[in-house]
Write a protein that binds this ligand. Sequence first.
Ligand SMILES: [Mg+2]
Length: 222
Amino acid sequence: MKVISFDLDGTLVDQEFNDLVWYHGIPELYSKKHDISLERARELVSGEYHKLGDQAVEWYDIKYWFRNFGLEGSYLELMNRFRDRVRVYPEVMDVLERLKEEYDLILTSNAAREFIAVEVGATGLEGYFTRVFSATSDFGQVKKTPEFYAEICKAVDISPQRMVHVGDHWEFDYLAPREIGITAFYLGRSGKKEGNFVLRDLRELEVRLNHIPELSTNGGEL
Ligand SMILES: [Mg+2]
């Protein structure tokens, strides 16, 4: 068994949907509730996000913010309003289509489950993954730590040496999984970083996989 683990936001899907929900949808509801301008509402809402900070697990939880701001309506309704704005990067579907023939693909994100559900549902990504893990919803962690990756390996019943992870965060998608022996690739779509384990897009992942003998289909067992 060979498993490839993918980060979601910034790796498979771009940032627009998240930005629309947090910096447009929620401020808009807030502005209606308090009868203030959208601009002012955005300032106040952003201020509250900042005050709590992204080290708090609630920061990722849209239900928390609906309660906290006392917003009308449902968070699902809000997310669904922007559903058609979830965009996968251009090469993603083709690459996953090929990789799923040879590997078990899983999703390991620090986004909350509600966001993951809309993002994979709106794009058809859901058909490609055998397991989906949320660091915040499933493990109560805001970061993907080496321990988080160890839990994932345990959950999918594979040794870290038989797993590949790819994502766009240097620490949480590259350094952390490497620490426990996972073969990690850093996805830098801007192309600023270079190296054997740095990719500019996911097509490059396919090429690199063929150069890891123990992971390629032609290679032997470890
Ligand atoms: Mg990411």
